[in-house]
Ligand binder design. Sequence first.
Ligand SMILES: C[S@@+](CC[C@H](N)C(=O)[O-])C[C@H]1O[C@@H](n2cnc3c(N)ncnc32)[C@H](O)[C@@H]1O
Length: 268
Amino acid sequence: MSELAERARPDARANFDLKDEIRDYWSKRSETFDLAFGHRIPHGPEFDAWQKPVRDFLGAKPLRVLELACGTGEVTRLIHDLGHDVTALDFSEAMLAVAGKKHAGKPRLRFLLADAENTMEPDERYDAIVCRHLVWTLTQPQATLGEWFRLLKPGGKLLVFDGDWAKPTTVGRLATWAIRQIDRVIGPDNHYDGALSDRHATIMQNLPFGEGLTAETLLPMLKLAGFGTIERTSHRPIAAAQRKTANLRNCLRTFVYRRFILCAHKPG
Ligand SMILES: C[S@@+](CC[C@H](N)C(=O)[O-])C[C@H]1O[C@@H](n2cnc3c(N)ncnc32)[C@H](O)[C@@H]1O
């Protein structure tokens, strides 16, 4: 190719924006995502602990629930097994393929390939929206909260599980130091951070919540989007349940970041 032709060639990366980068990153992690501590939710005390806030906030009546960023379908199972109708959405085909295999043939569950920031779903279609570890990675968080408000019926609920993945707590810094010592002795856990961690760091730098997401940041944004009452519960029982079966390195991981669980209500 001549130098001129080379320069005129459309640059495939020119249209590859932050969201494409996020999708590509998660797609590459789809096959091993469940192997990283804290992602898969094993049956037993940990499953019960994750499911409790879903049961408490959504109630006993079967609902139409939208799960955003379902990934490999772990949270999907929590919601589905409580008797709800679930639409599990993700924008990564690779993630949906893993989730689809796990949950094949369940009549109350449908998968949807779509962008959580612009779902194209009808107004007021859902009684509840649930998402774990999505909000921190939104590229347009305020507009997206408005989108989720639009999708909820009056009286509907948005349940968010998330955390501040940028700033470890004080105890978390000590735990991180101890994890590094264990890594040095027995070798790193490739599935936890893995070879893609530099890429993760680059994505973080470009995100609106790249400096960390806290409940205190999210609360006024939820209010601005129109939500009324906002309830909060602790992640601690989940971490305690994880520690019952985790090895030492993973026990330490449960102390690193500050996590939160919020339930925002759309006025009825
Ligand atoms: C950290 S994983 C969490 C997966 C799942 N919620 C869980 O907790 O196991 C992030 C997921 O969000 C998805 N995701 C990120 N941004 C998204 C968007 N704008 N629309 C749909 N899915 C998105 C990724 O494809 C990935 O599956």
